[in-house]
Design a protein. Structure first.
Length: 130
């Protein structure tokens, strides 16, 4: 290691403590980091491999999806309840006449050209048992 650049650096380091510190401080930091590093053992290697394995992450996601699909399939064996509702209000003669007929509220005293305001409420409840 007797290159001109190295011997120049040695002369500078010997002449000024500041030049010596420029070399010693990074070396001490690197040495401290190296000494603090924990050795790899089988458990740490396995934990790191499992945490960073993309195939394992995909497999876990697929397993979660399969569990959700199984829960959905099992829920099909339970009774199903369905509720529907609608409300309309109209003063249009054509729509009012249709609503009156659907409600079976027709009478011959109605004025077909001016039936007034007609309210129509429909509610449906269904229960299905597999």
């Amino acid at each position: 290691m007797n290159t001109p650049l190295f011997s120049l650096w040695i002369r500078r380091a010997a002449s000024s403590p500041l030049h010596l510190l420029k070399f010693v401080i990074p070396f001490l930091i690197a040495a401290g980091t190296w000494l603090q590093a924990q050795p790899w053992n089988l458990q740490r290697a396995m934990d790191t491999a499992l945490a960073n394995n993309p195939d394992l992450k995909v497999a876990v996601t697929r397993l979660d999806q399969s569990k959700a699909m199984l829960e959905e399939a099992e829920s099909m064996g339970m009774p199903q309840v369905s509720l529907k509702g609608s409300y309309t209000q109209t003063d249009s003669p054509m729509m009012a006449f249709g609503s009156i007929l659907n409600q079976r509220a027709f009478n011959f005293d109605l004025d077909f050209n001016d039936p007034g305001t007609i309210d129509n409420l429909n509610a449906t409840a269904m229960v299905g048992i597999p």
